[in-house]
Design a protein around this ligand. Sequence first.
Ligand code: PHE
Length: 353
Amino acid sequence: MGVAEELEAMRREALAAIAGAIDLARLDVVRVAYLGKKGSLTGILRGLGSLSAEERPVVGKVSNEVRQALEAALEERKSALDASALEERVAADAVDVTLPGRVRMPGREHLINMITREIVDVFVGLGYQVVEGPEAELDYYNFTALNHPPAHPARAASDTFYVRDLSCDGVDATGESDVLLRTHTSPVQIRTMEQVKPPLYVIAPGRVYRRDIADPSHLPQFHQIEGLVVDEGITFGDLKGTLDYFCKEMFGHDRRTRFRPHFFPFTEPSAEVDVSCGICGGDGCRFCKGTGWLEILGCGMVDPNVFGYVDYDTERYVGFAFGLGVERIAALKYNIPDLRMLVEGDMRFLRQF
Ligand code: PHE
């Protein structure tokens, strides 16, 4: 085969290879094979010198044509591949603007915190100040200074969680730990009175603990809000007016309150307060167990013995105190049949509020 035929065959083969290159990398391999420094066409062009004087111009001309043809074909194929590579990238990166957005579920305040805030707000509106105390509390503040006798049943290890502090002996004379998880927010009364002199108008929200098994109406950990007022000339009438106002603010102005005699070691006289049932309006229904009333808090006039523990002048000052359960208020306000629902974290329940 003469050089001219060889060139012709090379052209066909090269054009076919160019057309068949499926990406830019493979196209470049084809380019190097024919037109690179060691490429086959380059080899022929280099060998021109050894040809005869007649062959040289003919072969030179055809070689140049073939080179131009290959270069043109390479160029064309390259832009075609460029375009399809771009198309592919565009397709891969495409954003489907018709897809619905991802719904983000923002967190929000838990019902218990919401109710706590509402209750605190009512009293802040009356000029009360918010105070707090520790959840791990001394027996002295939780019981003794609140006028509980040493053998009071609430002190039993079956009712109260005792904390053993391993870094110190934390054990009182009877061998019991004197550190416990507070069973009510009332110890904050003592801590506050130790710090400030009357007049005093404070509200103390917080977590409390009792050794109860969780059931529809009990939780071993729940929330209370304590109120304490100490001033000159305070009467039981002030207590009644304050709590009646609170109930109307919290539950609605059509609600009535009733005070039933009760007993707490640290108040005298003491009472439990009922609010008229919001379901039946006081006629009696299943929700209020036929009584027309729902119990919502405990209260009373501060026992002078308690003032004795904090050196308040019992001749000059009188006080009242009250304590309410936040979970119970939430349950009454929203007809929640089981307090455990408040701590289970079930979104179907929590989303309702
Ligand atoms: N601490 C009482 C309880 O937990 C409630 C209470 C508070 C009663 C203040 C009277 C005064 O049951």
